[in-house]
Design a protein around this ligand. Structure first.
Ligand code: AMP
Ligand code: MG
Length: 395
């Protein structure tokens, strides 16, 4: 059995080396960017009207003018025009370039237009008002997006605006999520009284998805032969393999021995932790295999404590380590690192962790009431309030 720190060190010592891929912009959401993105021109590229109204020169206002004869119309999509007579104005539409010689927009709401003359009704007219100045968001060649960031719809818009119809992203590992167990039935089935519905694969696939990684799911029976045959083919097709169940000491827990017989080198089996003590990790030239105990809280905790940082670091992304302050005294006697379920509150800038231990590693209904796990180290059994400990946030 290894300690939590040793397990982490072993896992993070075996990172996946992602290849690069060009994807169409429409398919880039959620992917990890593998290039730096610069502005191809100033943003915005011209002085842009942000209201519909009239464009005038502030000089006219300074000279006491409040009425301007309409000298033309500047619509969005039309090339920039010029205002030569400062006593006149251009009607202008949102998104149009400000005509040469103008420097502010008075919106229609503040105008009275009669006989092709616009009278300004508002008191305050300020130079530059309602104008989105060229280059005020970013200058040409300025860095807009850093490599390694996870693309969200906001970044997709930015990529579109600088002309990136394709972007280079890191390939996530080809991932398989496998549940095992003869007691498990599909979600859409009515279980018999001794059966339960599979839930781990759904949690794991969703958690992977949040990290930009797609996964296929499989279910394997507690049968050594079936495990061997199916795992063999899965190992040949997938790089990241996450199993749940079948790694403990039960008569039907064949997963570790089958993995080894298929050429996956065991790097550890058993971590001095609760939940998740029977966790198994191994590698082969092509595969990274995490075999997690099937109890849903164990599966969930092991994913967040080990697989999430492994995947983030593999994709060249940094991981955020944080701590929270234990808000109540807590006792845990076994010689194991304890991952205590906690509700986290931000109190005057301090993260306070309120214990809500739940009913053990099978009680995954408790997870809905908490935000993360507080990592209480091995070698201590009384944990005092006000002491701080590493926090694994999952919400
Ligand atoms: P195991 O690790 O196979 O001994 O399973 C431990 C407990 O977790 C058993 O009560 C299983 O029924 C349960 N379990 C295993 N896999 C799943 C799963 N995919 N979804 C929900 N519960 C599971
Ligand atoms: Mg089982």
């Amino acid at each position: 059995m290894v300690s939590v720190a040793e397990a982490e060190k072993i896992i993070l010592g075996h990172l996946f080396r992602p290849s690069l891929q060009k994807v169409e912009l429409a398919h880039a959401n959620g992917k990890i960017l593998a290039e730096e993105i610069q502005a191809d021109r100033d943003l915005p590229p011209f002085n842009r009207a942000t209201m519909d109204g009239i464009a005038i020169s502030f000089e006219g206002i300074e000279n006491g003018l409040r009425e301007f004869a309409i000298g033309g119309l500047q619509a969005a999509g039309q090339p920039q025009q010029s205002l030569t007579d400062k006593k006149k104005c251009f009607e202008i539409m949102t998104g149009a370039p400000l005509p040469n010689g103008t420097d502010l927009v008075v919106p229609y709401e503040n105008l009275k237009i009669e006989n092709k003359t616009a009278a300004i009704l508002s008191e305050h007219v300020i130079k530059g008002q309602n104008v989105h100045l060229r280059g005020s968001d970013a200058k040409q060649n300025e860095l807009l997006l850093n490599e390694r960031m996870k693309l969200a719809p906001s970044e997709i818009a930015l990529l579109a605006s600088v002309g990136k119809s394709e972007v280079v992203v890191f390939n996530t590992p080809k991932a398989a999520v496998i549940s095992t167990g003869d007691e498990l039935v599909n979600v859409d089935q009515i279980p018999l009284s001794h059966q339960i519905r599979k839930s781990n694969s759904y949690a794991l696939v969703s958690a992977l998805h949040e990290l930009g990684c797609d996964a296929e799911t499989f279910h394997l029976a507690d049968d050594e032969k079936e495990l061997e045959e199916k795992l063999k083919s899965i190992l040949a097709q997938f790089e990241l393999i996450i199993l749940s169940g079948g790694v403990s000491k039960g008569k039907f827990d064949f997963v570790p021995q089958v993995l080894e017989s298929l050429g996956v080198t065991k790097l550890f089996h058993g971590v001095s932790q609760r939940p998740g003590k029977p966790m198994w990790f191994g590698v082969s030239p092509k595969n990274f295999v995490f075999a997690l105990p099937g109890n849903p809280v164990s599966t969930f905790m092991c994913f967040h404590r080990y697989i999430k940082p492994w995947l983030s670091l593999s994709l060249n992304r940094s991981i955020k380590k944080q701590k929270a302050i234990l808000a109540e005294d807590f006792t845990f006697a076994p010689q194991l690192t304890y991952f205590l379920q906690v509700k986290v509150e931000n109190e005057n800038g301090k993260l306070m962790a309120y214990p809500s231990a739940g009913g053990g590693s099978g009680d995954f209904a408790n997870l809905k009431d908490v935000d993360g796990f507080l990592e209480l180290p091995l070698g201590q059994s009384e944990f005092q309030k006000q002491d701080s400990f590493p926090l694994i946030l999952f919400r």
